[in-house]
Design a protein around this ligand. Structure first.
Ligand code: 5RP
Length: 277
C-alpha cells in the first residue's frame, strides 16, 4: 500500500488504538432536510472538536463547513435516488475524483445494495471507485445499505461486508447485529457501524456503540443518534469515550448527564434563583 493511502487511512482510523469516531451528516443526499439536520452548519460546528472525521456530501461541505476545518473529510460520492423515488438502490457515482481532490477529501464513501435490484450497478460503482481511489491514494469506505426486502442479520451483513472487501474497499460501514463478531471475522478490512434511526433512549444508543466496539468494530460512523439528540455534544462526547477511552456505558452516560446539567437552562436558573415565595 502506498504512503499516501496509508497516511489517509491513519487520519480516519487512529493508529494509536485502531478506532474511529466518524460523524455522518450525509443523510440529505436522499432524505432532503432531515429532522434536526436542516441547518447543517449549526449542527456540525459544535461537534467538530469531538470527532475524528466528518462524512458529508460536497454540496453541504462547500456551503456549510468552514474550509479551515482540520477534521478529515469522508466524502459521500454516491447518490442519484431519493426517498420518494422508484428505488433507493439505483445509485451511481455523483462526484468525480477531480472534485473530490479539489475539496481535499481524505476518503470517499459509496453505498452498495447487495441483493437489491441494482446490486450489480452499485457493486461495480464501488469497484470503479476503488480503481480511481488507488490511482491517487484515496481510500474507499463502502456503506452496506440494506433494502426494505433484506434482513439486517449477520448472514446478510457478513455477505455484504465481505463483498465490499473483496472488491477492494478499505473500510466498510454496516449495522450492528446479533453475532456481529461473525461479520467482523469474515471481513479483512475495518468495520465501522452506523447508528441507524434515533433510538428513544440515549442509553440504548451508547450500548449499541459499546457492543459494536466490544465485538470487533473499529468504531462508529453515527449520525441521527448524535445530532437528533437534545444534547448532541453530550452524546458525541459519550460515544467518543466508549470508542477511544474504553468507557463502560454507565461511565459514558455520566458524561452525557454532566452535559445535560450544563446545558439545561432551568438548572442554571434554579441554582441562581432567589426564592421569592
Ligand atoms: C446513509 C448513511 C448514513 O451516513 C448512515 O446511515 C449513518 O447515519 P445514522 O447513524 O444516522 O444511521 O450512510 O446511507
Amino acid at each position: 500500500m502506498d504512503w499516501g493511502m496509508k497516511n489517509r487511512i491513519s487520519k480516519i482510523i487512529r493508529p494509536q488504538d485502531g478506532r474511529c469516531v466518524m460523524l455522518a451528516v450525509d443523510h440529505g443526499y436522499f432524505l432532503g432536510p432531515t429532522e434536526k439536520l436542516e441547518n447543517a452548519s449549526r449542527v456540525i460546528k459544535p461537534l467538530l472538536p469531538h470527532i475524528d472525521s466528518l462524512m458529508i456530501t460536497r454540496g453541504v461541505l462547500r456551503t456549510s463547513v468552514n474550509p479551515s476545518v482540520e477534521i478529515p473529510i469522508v466524502l459521500r460520492v454516491s447518490g442519484g435516488s431519493s426517498i420518494v423515488g422508484e428505488d433507493l438502490s439505483n445509485e451511481s457515482t455523483t462526484t468525480s475524483i477531480e472534485d473530490a481532490l479539489r475539496v481535499n477529501a481524505t476518503c470517499l464513501a459509496t453505498s452498495i445494495f447487495v441483493g437489491s435490484k441494482y446490486e450489480y450497478q452499485t457493486l461495480t460503482n464501488l469497484a470503479k471507485l476503488v480503481d480511481e481511489g488507488e490511482k491517487f491514494g484515496i481510500p474507499i469506505l463502502a456503506v452496506t445499505a440494506v433494502g426494505k426486502e433484506m434482513t439486517r442479520d449477520y448472514r446478510y451483513l457478513a455477505l455484504a461486508c465481505r463483498i465490499a472487501a473483496e472488491l477492494g474497499a478499505h473500510i466498510v460501514k454496516t449495522y450492528y447485529c446479533d453475532n456481529f463478531e461473525k461479520v467482523v471475522e469474515g471481513c479483512p478490512i475495518p468495520v465501522v457501524i452506523a447508528g441507524g434511526k434515533k433510538l428513544s433512549n440515549e442509553l440504548d444508543a451508547l450500548q449499541l456503540a459499546y457492543n459494536a466496539v466490544h465485538h470487533g468494530a473499529a468504531g462508529v460512523d453515527m449520525g441521527r443518534n448524535i445530532w437528533q439528540s437534545e444534547y448532541p455534544v453530550g452524546m458525541v462526547k459519550a460515544v467518543r469515550a466508549i470508542v477511544h477511552d474504553n468507557y463502560e456505558v454507565k461511565e459514558a452516560n455520566q458524561i452525557l448527564a454532566t452535559e445535560k446539567e450544563i446545558r439545561t437552562p432551568s438548572t442554571v436558573n434554579t441554582t441562581n434563583a432567589v426564592n421569592t415565595t
